[in-house]
Ligand binder design. Sequence first.
Ligand code: IDP
Ligand code: MG
Length: 140
Amino acid sequence: MSGNRTFTMVKPDAVANGHMGNIIADITAAGFKVVGMKYLQLSAEQAGQFYAVHKERPFYGELVSYMSSGPIVAAVLEKANAVSDFRTLIGATDPSKAEPGTIRAKYAQSIAANAVHGSDSDENAGIEASFFFSNLELVL
Ligand code: IDP
Ligand code: MG
């Protein structure tokens, strides 16, 4: 994967609260092209695997049960400087600290239920995209 792709999820709280369409609209309005998209619910085992890097953090159990609590949208996005521009678009992990107008400021409930995921590096974007998508499933 080159530096122009990132991976996102619309998390269970945002889907359950009806923000899925608005969040995808904000993402595409910001210039990101969707190259892959799936609507699915993770099992606790799958959520635990996806977030394995956070295994030692105190909120890991809460994160795994929350991320498997309802359906999500998983997507691969394309744009120049995708990883860093997308992190700017979503705002800080804690929505009370997120810049006004960012997706988390607009739609997140709490530091745990914070509406969206965004990869933090090109390397992780590649790993996370391939957790959900084969290359054959991505639009060129
Ligand atoms: P990020 O999603 O902004 O990259 P990370 O530190 O990688 O933030 O944490 C991954 C996810 O774990 C967060 O998006 C959030 O859902 C959850 N999380 C992070 N910090 C906390 C916390 O202090 N309490 C509960 N959940 C948290
Ligand atoms: Mg992170």
